[in-house]
Every structure is written in structure tokens, then in C-alpha cells.
Design a protein. Structure first.
Length: 372
């Protein structure tokens, strides 16, 4: 039985990857952080009682800032594959906590690579690094390919640049099977609530249920190449099944604006929108959808306002990936479109919003606001 170790198993990608590897018959180990509240909601459905035999999903307490802890876990598990998905992954937050982001996202990667080397596992353990389209930042070429030069635009991206190159360096220096998946934005109903897509689907679902009044946004003109996390974790696994390690871009090859994503979400909900705020002068009206199970609100009931607090000190305006290499060499193509994913996210958030509305109706306090 193959053993995999996933850092960041409690995150969006970690949870989908753990599911995929369990389906493939792996014994899956994950590193979770100690927190004062439970932080395993995304993997609770695959939790296995540690008191019974033949457990195939095993969680270890750990942190990417703690070398001795990483060495001990890797020594104990002796993994065939390590997926390094753990990170302070929010670009805007990285401007607030640059040093911590560098420590976790940059040095954390080095700590794992060194642990593999210290333990003499260079020829046994394959290593996957969660690299990012943020490396392209101020884009030098459209669309971005594996050969496009990097120009990172945030402390997050600069930390990930170190992680990218240290992965390449350990591959070249020590003959390790180590590779980078340069992933463009990917989302799902499990996306963190402060990333833009989830902020939109959750915010509009809450508004449709009368739980919030307004959606406050940053730069709605930003363009992103959005895929579905389920499609992307499949590619993470495929990258470790080759004869030789190589770096790949994972993207859909199509881009949309944040504004378009808001409009799709509103359509799914059958609500109408009014955009207000700095630098925004148009009124966007989305027609109500006949026969939709959410009653349409009146024009202007859903207000989208621009709040400059969500602008970033340096913005990545446009990202568009070219996934040709992944298609040609690995036969990978994404199966879920951005619009299908948006619909799925809206419907999941609407279910939660309906539950919350019911609770509120019966006198329970529901905390709904999200900063991010
Ligand atoms: P999430 O933010 O959903 O998950 C991040 C995970 O990292 C969580 O499990 C989190 O734990 C864990 N983590 C945070 N800090 C530490 C730490 N100090 N030590 C150990 N673990 C830590 O991210 P995604 O699942 O969306 O992304 C997975 C990886 O892919 C990340 O590295 C991200 O930077 C990268 N990436 C993501 C893209 C995307 O669009 N989603 C695109 C390109 C790259 P906890 O649950 O306790 O917070
Ligand atoms: P990103 O994702 O920075 O691309 O990083 P995010 O969803 O946070 O932002 C995408 C774009 O939307 C703009 N935006 C807003 N973003 C947020 N969060 N909140 C807002 O209110 C808002 N308004 C507009 C942003 O300015 C940006 O241009 C994600 C993360 O998953 C990284 O870990 C990963 O590496 C990259 O994707 C690829």
C-alpha cells in the first residue's frame, strides 16, 4: 500500500486530494495545525477513528515552521509521496504578515526537502510543491507558459518563488523526484470564505436570504483563469506518477473578470444587482430567472459596493494559463467549467444561508460578515 503525506490537508485542495488518494487505495497521512477550535471541517467526512484497526486516514499535529516536528513525522510515516499544500495562502494577508508568510511558504518548503534529505529518503519519496500563477504577477507574456519569466507582486508570491526554485534546486542537486505544479486559481464550495469567488457566492446567497445588505468588493476588473479544485488535485497526483519529475502549468486557458463572476452568481440566485462606488459608474441589471426557487429581489436590492480596503498594495491584474504541456504529456484536461463551478458554489452557499435564515427567524444570532 502506497503512503502519502499531505501538508495543508485541512485546506481546500488537501481535502479533495485526500479523498482522491483514499479512493486510489493509498494510506493517507495529513498534517494539521493545533488550533483553539476544531479546524478539520473539510476532512471530517473522511475521518477514521484512531481506536480501530486498519486506519487509512491519519492526522498528525504539525507545522511548517517546525523542522523537528516535520522530520519526526516524515521519519515515522516513510511516505512514498509528499504533497506540500500547506501555506499562508491569502495574497492580501501576505502584505499584513510578510515575515510569517515567507517562513511558512518559503522556508517551510525547504524544511520538508531537507527532512527528506536528512532521512536519506531522496530516492524513495516523491515531492510535489504547490506553486502558483502568482509567480507571473506582472505578466510578461500572454498566455503564461512554463517558460514565461516570473515577476512576483506580493510577499506571498515572493515566498512561493523561493519555494519554486528550491524545489528545482533539490531536484537538480540531489536527484530527487521533486516537481512544481504551477496552478492557476481554482475554487470549489470548499474554498476559503475570504477568496474572491467564495466571498461573492456566500455574500450574495446571504443577501438573497436577507442576512446581509451589501457586498463590498475590491478590484472587480481583475481577470483570472478559474478552474475547479477537483480537476486540479487529479493533476497533482498525475504529476507524481511520471518516470521523470517535471514542472507543469495547471490552468483552463480561459479568463474572466471578477465582475463577470459576480454577475453569474447573481443570475444563479435570480437576483438583480446594482454596482456602486469608487471608479464604478454603471448599473448592472441582471434579469430575474423564471421558475427559479429563490424569489427574485427588486432591482437595487442587492448592492455591490467598491471598498478600497480590498485593493492590494500591488495588484495582479490579469492571469491566463496555457495548459498545453499538461494536456500533451499527461493527457489532462479540466472537466468542470468556471460557470458550472460558480453554479455549484452558489447552490451550496444558498443551502447554508437558508439554514441560517431559519435559525435567525427562531431567534439565534448568526455571524455572517467576512473580511477579506
Ligand atoms: P487553503 O488556504 O485552503 O489551505 C491551506 C492549508 O495550509 C490549510 O490546511 C492550512 O491549515 C495549512 N497551513 C497554513 N499555515 C500552515 C502552517 N504554518 N503549517 C502547516 N500548515 C499550514 O489553500 P488551498 O487549498 O486553496 O491551496 C493549497 C496550496 O496551493 C497552497 O499552498 C496555496 O498557496 C497553493 N495554491 C492555491 C491555489 C488556489 O487557487 N487555491 C492556486 C495556486 C497555488 P488551517 O486549515 O489550519 O488553516
Ligand atoms: P488570488 O485570489 O489573490 O488570485 O490568490 P483572490 O480570490 O483572493 O483574488 C482574486 C482577484 O480578485 C480581486 N478582488 C478581491 N479579492 C478578495 N479576496 N476579496 C475582494 O473583496 C476582492 N475584490 C476583488 C483580487 O484583488 C484579485 O485580483 C489565489 C490564492 O488561492 C493563492 O494562494 C493562489 O496562489 C492564487 O490564487 C493563484
Amino acid at each position: 500500500m502506497k503512503k502519502a503525506l499531505i501538508t495543508g490537508v485541512t485546506g481546500q485542495d488537501g481535502s479533495y486530494l485526500a479523498e482522491l488518494l483514499l479512493e486510489k487505495g493509498y494510506q493517507v497521512h495529513g498534517i494539521k495545525r493545533r488550533a483553539s477550535l476544531f479546524n478539520t471541517q473539510r476532512v471530517d467526512h473522511i475521518y477514521q477513528d484512531p481506536h480501530v484497526d486498519n486506519q487509512n486516514f491519519i492526522l498528525h499535529y504539525g507545522d511548517l515552521t517546525d523542522s523537528s516536528n516535520l522530520i519526526r513525522i516524515i521519519q515515522e510515516v516513510q511516505p512514498d509521496e509528499i504533497y506540500n499544500l500547506g501555506a499562508q495562502s491569502h495574497v492580501a494577508v501576505s502584505f499584513e504578515s510578510p515575515e510569517y508568510t515567507a517562513d511558512v511558504d518559503g522556508m517551510g518548503t525547504l524544511r520538508i526537502l531537507e527532512a527528506i534529505r536528512i532521512l536519506g529518503l531522496e530516492k524513495k519519496t516523491k515531492f510535489y510543491q504547490a506553486s502558483t500563477s502568482e509567480l507571473y504577477g506582472l505578466v510578461q507574456e500572454i498566455p503564461q507558459k512554463e517558460t514565461t519569466p516570473f515577476y512576483p507582486r506580493s510577499p506571498y508570491a515572493v515566498a512561493k518563488l523561493y519555494a519554486y526554485w528550491i524545489t528545482v534546486n533539490y531536484r537538480e542537486s540531489y536527484g530527487m523526484y521533486a516537481c512544481n505544479g504551477v496552478l492557476f486559481n481554482h475554487e470549489s464550495p470548499r474554498r476559503g470564505e475570504t477568496f474572491v469567488t467564495r466571498k461573492i457566492t456566500r455574500g450574495l446567497a446571504n443577501i438573497a436570504q436577507g442576512l446581509e445588505q451589501c457586498l463590498y468588493m475590491g478590484n472587480m476588473d481583475a481577470l483570472r483563469d478559474w478552474g475547479h479544485a477537483k480537476d486540479y488535485v487529479r493533476m497533482q497526483w498525475m504529476m507524481l506518477q511520471q518516470e521523470h519529475p517535471e514542472d507543469f502549468i495547471i490552468a483552463t486557458g480561459v479568463q474572466y473578470s471578477v465582475r463577470e463572476f459576480i454577475t453569474w452568481s447573481a443570475k444563479e440566485l435570480g437576483v438583480t444587482l446594482r454596482f456602486e462606488g469608487e471608479g464604478v459608474d454603471e448599473i448592472a441589471v441582471v434579469e430575474s430567472i423564471e421558475g427559479h426557487d429563490t424569489p427574485a429581489l427588486n432591482v437595487g436590492d442587492v448592492i455591490v459596493k467598491v471598498d478600497p480596503r480590498y485593493f492590494r498594495p500591488a495588484e495582479v491584474e490579469t492571469l491566463l494559463g496555457d495548459p498545453t504541456k499538461a494536456k500533451d504529456k499527461l493527457g489532462w484536461t479540466p472537466e468542470i467549467t468556471a460557470q458550472e463551478m460558480c453554479a455549484e458554489m452558489v447552490m451550496e452557499d444558498l443551502k447554508v444561508a437558508k439554514r441560517h435564515a431559519l435559525l435567525k427567524e427562531h431567534g439565534y444570532e448568526i455571524p455572517v460578515s467576512v473580511e477579506g
